[in-house]
Design a binder for this molecule. Sequence first.
Ligand SMILES: NC(=O)c1ccc[n+]([C@@H]2O[C@H](COP(=O)([O-])OP(=O)(O)OC[C@H]3O[C@@H](n4cnc5c(N)ncnc54)[C@H](OP(=O)(O)O)[C@@H]3O)[C@@H](O)[C@H]2O)c1
Length: 259
Amino acid sequence: MDLGIAGRRAIVCASSRGLGRACAQALAEAGCDVVINGRSRETVEAAVSDVRKATGATVTGVVADVSDAAGQAMLFAACPEPDILINNNSGPPLRDFRELTRPQMLDGIVANMVTAIELTQKVIDPMVRRKFGRIVNITSGAVKMPSAGLDLSSGARAGLTAFLAGVARTVAADNVTINFILPGAFETDRLRSALESLAKKQGTGYDAVVAQRLNTIPAKRFGAPTEFGALCAFLCSAQAGFITGQSLLIDGGAYPGTF
Ligand SMILES: NC(=O)c1ccc[n+]([C@@H]2O[C@H](COP(=O)([O-])OP(=O)(O)OC[C@H]3O[C@@H](n4cnc5c(N)ncnc54)[C@H](OP(=O)(O)O)[C@@H]3O)[C@@H](O)[C@H]2O)c1
């Protein structure tokens, strides 16, 4: 399918690895000019070179922390008026909610709620003027399905979802959409390191922890980041202009509800 977005400009936050990177690659395959971002220079440079080589697209790397004002300014210096914004950031570490300090809670809310709102504030009016805009927020299946230890992540991301769901309705008539993708378990560095620390904690070995986790997923496998990237690119497509304010689960059936 031609997604109808060739030549569109996209900022993909936190995209030098994992789900963000898969989104950047899928958008580059659709012909977008893409900004790739991360804090490690080496990883950003490698991702830029790989995506450029694989797609032939115009790809720019921005080494910056997306959570702070200076980092955000660098993203907009590289791409002043994006047509597409993919909000992504690292999630808070797994922790019993009793242990969370106030500064840790505020950091989690800044990383997984405030940052995406700040970036949306900056892109939305030019999108409205141009009568095209696609904002996709990478959140988590934990928004719909609580998971002990991920409470801060679930809370901050649910707050983001509610906040932007209202905003989405105010710009829908201008062909600007705001949606949320809720990943289940995807094969990325983050998932691998979470499973490794669980294996260490349980003393059961990595393979046993993987088997345990796979057992909770009806598809009996982890998601491939390319599957995630493809959904993200579709939500950014010309054809997806009638989908807005929606939270889309992509989790191999792990969420047990009908709706
Ligand atoms: N993978 C899953 O199964 C899964 C499930 C549910 C939710 N999620 C959520 O989805 C998001 C992406 O997960 P992932 O698995 O793709 O993670 P990942 O494999 O750890 O990749 C994270 C990417 O974000 C970059 N990054 C992290 N913090 C950043 C910051 N402050 N500023 C700029 N770049 C930053 C990292 O590069 P640097 O470290 O070099 O900055 C890296 O490129 C996370 O919020 C995660 O909690 C993932």
